[in-house]
Design a protein around this ligand. Structure first.
Ligand code: NAD
Ligand code: DAU
Length: 353
């Protein structure tokens, strides 16, 4: 038995593959296009691991995915591959539609054909797990209740709209064709191997170089933060025991304003690598993100009640672990902050000051 993981060279996907194999899971085939966000260095510790095979490829290349499915006959597809950064979706939405909508459609078509070729227990056991985001539910006010699985979709960015479209396709493939799908909608992740264009690693990397820490708008937007290892465990549980056709919201129960997150990072850095005068003085408020969602919060009661999942890591312990990882992995950070990264920093921050 094998599982196919798409986007397994990215941030969450690579953490998932590493955790899965460490937990003595069955063999994994990782399919990843290696965009700017995909990095084989994330999987370097698997060199020589006979249970892992990496395949460079596009989820939108349906014949190639069909061939891969026919060769490996996986009992599950765990679908992480996506364009994932809201700011990039504002500067260039086309890739988001192409990968997140069209790519997911092509992958679903290939998975449907594969599933229909299976018989008996193989067919019953097959699962397509679609990894999605809380952003599909839109934006909350300070006093709104958290997003539940029944919250109406109201995506506000090209990224979240493209993820919402993919969620709808996944749902339709269950209702129309009976494909045994599972969908997870998760809040903001942080942890090892996160590409340093997202808030947490960007702030750590900038702080260590003494560069400004760019906080969008008033910095009072709220996100619900989850350590990536807890997200990976939730996905394993949903894959093992989730009910086909169901949606599971996953959240950290750790709502924080962005400025609080940046303060926590500065303080963790100060404790581990003290800087004269501290890091907080580097904070610089910059122009806001267009259409910036004010607040996300997840109601995770369903996954807790049905599957017994809750996060192991607190916000404070997770942030400390993450800061330690970035301090210990300066070479990884230096490698990913190459030419393309520098161009992105200029595109996104050049006109914000
Ligand atoms: P990421 O950007 O770090 O990684 C995405 C990976 O997908 C990369 O390895 C990239 O090379 C690969 N990829 C992109 N297009 C591809 C294609 N056409 N074919 C094959 N591979 C392709 O993203 P992430 O933060 O690890 O997010 C993974 C998934 O989890 C995404 O679907 C995202 O929407 C979802 N998610 C992310 C978060 C978060 O906080 N990061 C939270 C909830 C849900
Ligand atoms: O909620 C889940 C989503 O979380 C995932 O679906 C996305 O893939 C993931 O990228 C993340 O989206 P966000 O837009 O919330 O993440 P980001 O790290 O880009 O930003 C977090 C918050 O910090 C957001 O309110 C914007 C703000 N921010 C971000 C950057 C990069 C800043 O204030 N300054 C910055 O430089």
């Amino acid at each position: 038995m094998t599982i196919l993981v798409t986007g397994g060279a990215g941030f969450i996907g690579s953490n998932f593959v590493l955790d899965w194999l460490a937990a003595a899971g069955e063999p994994v085939v990782t399919l990843d296009k290696l965009t700017y966000a995909g990095n084989l260095a994330n999987l370097a510790s698997l060199a020589g691991e006979p249970r892992h095979r990496f395949v460079k490829g596009d989820i939108g290349d349906q014949p190639a995915v069909e061939a891969l499915l026919a060769e490996h006959r996986p009992r599950a597809v765990v679908h992480f591959a996506a364009e994932s950064h809201v700011d990039r979706s504002i500067h260039g939405p086309g890739e988001f539609v192409q990968t997140n909508v069209v790519g997911t459609f092509r992958l679903l078509e290939a998975a449907r054909g594969h599933w229909q070729s299976l018989r008996g227990t193989e067919s019953e056991a097959f699962r397509f797990l679609h990894v999605s985001t809380d952003e599909v539910y839109g934006s909350l006010s300070e006093s709104d209740p958290a997003f539940s699985e029944a919250t109406a979709y109201a995506p506000n960015s090209p990224y979240s709209a493209s993820k919402a479209a993919s969620d709808h396709l996944v749902r339709a493939y269950h209702h129309t064709y009976g494909l045994p799908v599972l969908t997870t909608n998760c809040s903001n992740n942080y942890g090892p191997f996160q590409f340093p264009e997202k808030l947490v690693p960007l702030m750590i990397a900038n702080a260590l170089e003494g560069k400004p820490l760019p906080v969008y708008g008033d910095g009072r937007q709220v996100r619900d933060w989850l350590y990536v290892g807890d997200h990976c465990e939730a996905i394993r549980m949903v894959l093992a025991r989730g009910r086909p056709g169901e949606v599971y919201n996953i959240g950290g129960g750790a709502e924080r304003r962005n400025i609080e997150v940046v303060h926590a990072l500065c303080d963790a850095l100060q404790a581990l690598r003290a800087r004269e005068g501290g890091y907080r003085g580097l904070i610089a408020y910059v122009a806001d993100r267009p259409g910036h969602d004010r607040r996300y919060a997840i109601d995770a009661r369903k996954i807790r009640a049905e599957l017994g999942w809750s996060p192991r890591e607190s916000f404070e312990s997770g942030i400390e672990r993450t800061v330690r990882w970035y301090l210990d992995n300066a070479a990884w950070v230096a490698q990913v902050r190459s030419g393309e990264y520098r161009r992105w920093i200029e595109t996104n921050y050049g006109k914000r000051a």
